[in-house]
Design a protein around this ligand. Sequence first.
Ligand code: XIL
Length: 446
Amino acid sequence: MKLTSRSVSLVPIVATASAAALGAVLVVSAPASAATTLGAAAAQSGRYFGTAVAAGKLNDQTYVNILNTEFNMVTAENEMKWDATEPNRGQFTYSGGDRVLNQAVSNGKRVRGHALLWHQQEPGWAQRMEGSDLRQAMMNHVTQVATHYKGKIYAWDVVNEAFADGGSGGRRDSNLQRTGNDWIEAAFRAARAADPAAKLCYNDYNTDSINPKSTGIYNMVRDFKSRGVPIDCVGFQAHLTNTAPSDYQANLQRFANLGVEVQITELDISGSNQANAYGAVTRACMAVRACAGITVWGIRDTDSWRTGQNPLLFTGSGAKKAAYNSVLDALNAGGTGPTTTTTTTSNDPGPGGCTASVSLNQWDGGFVATVKVTAGSRALNGWRVTTTLSNGTVTSSWSSNRSGTSGTVTFTNVDYNGAVPAGQSTEFGFQGTGSGSGLNPTCAAT
Ligand code: XIL
């Protein structure tokens, strides 16, 4: 679709809640004209589009032409990892990493740093270490590498893949983890001290839906935010097969609601539904304001670490695939898809009461609603929010207990967000199909 105007308008809506209510609809339209490269299309909404780059391919002309034309963010595929940067303890080599970084910067691209601490691709000497000696070596590694690249990195994957797969929601066992559960926050603090300008991310895979692993990470990020541990972003690797989970966007949104940026960091998708799935992932990012950008894990299918699965946007000979067009179209559709509505319903916040307001992200066929519960002049011990869904159906919700899926849908606090100090707020959310308009949330203390 090609749009010729750019407009931002505020249109008042009529609220029908019983108590005093006010609201506004924010409609953000698409950019002036469709862009023809991934990077330029993403930039229209302030986002980036990146790729993993291997230093050894920087003299392949086809590779470099696509890299320079299409992408405006770069991640070194292996060159900034621990085994590459500190092959012997205390002896640092940055030749590969610098090569990738310098190629990117001299062509106007930004760089994501990947990765300071990871249980894989540890150098042999670190694999053989444990305890306080290892902890010291880990933190020195973070400090040295982040200092070498100080001021040059958009975002660092400070810690990669520290959570276990499966239902535990807990940490993965590794020699890093066995130095003490606080190793992740120690790493973030060391990285912040070394490079205060870089955004600091936690990065992982199998986190593409609301599942025990992503919820474990969500809980860690919430804890870090509440205790002032410096974390700015969460990376979702998104190594997918055939589809994006139906709650992909809702999962990104719940992290965004914690006050961190979300980034899709290593996207690749195999399977016959690839083009559709790439479109769905891109639309999900575009619909989440805090989704800063997307990085694909390689350029051509032949560059992929998933040998034989052809999960990327270009063929081995460098031709654009159907998946490329899906992504480009979704980036160019920009803000026209979702519209954001904010309604505030005031339910007499007086002593012991509460108010609920909803921020609605609506697109063709679905929505994500983020509801803010604010205590009145007395603290809440628990709350209940009642909403009306006349033309929509809830498919998932988070940070609340829910009863119902359409018509009158009621949400109550979960154990960690029932206590809200006077005048303070907490948030929960839900996503659904159809329309989320006319929710008119009302709040009651319980
Ligand atoms: C992969 C690289 O693409 C390969 O070249 C290398 O042999 C192994 O690592 N998650 C990550 C990435 O965070 O660093 C991995 O990259 C892919 C999985």
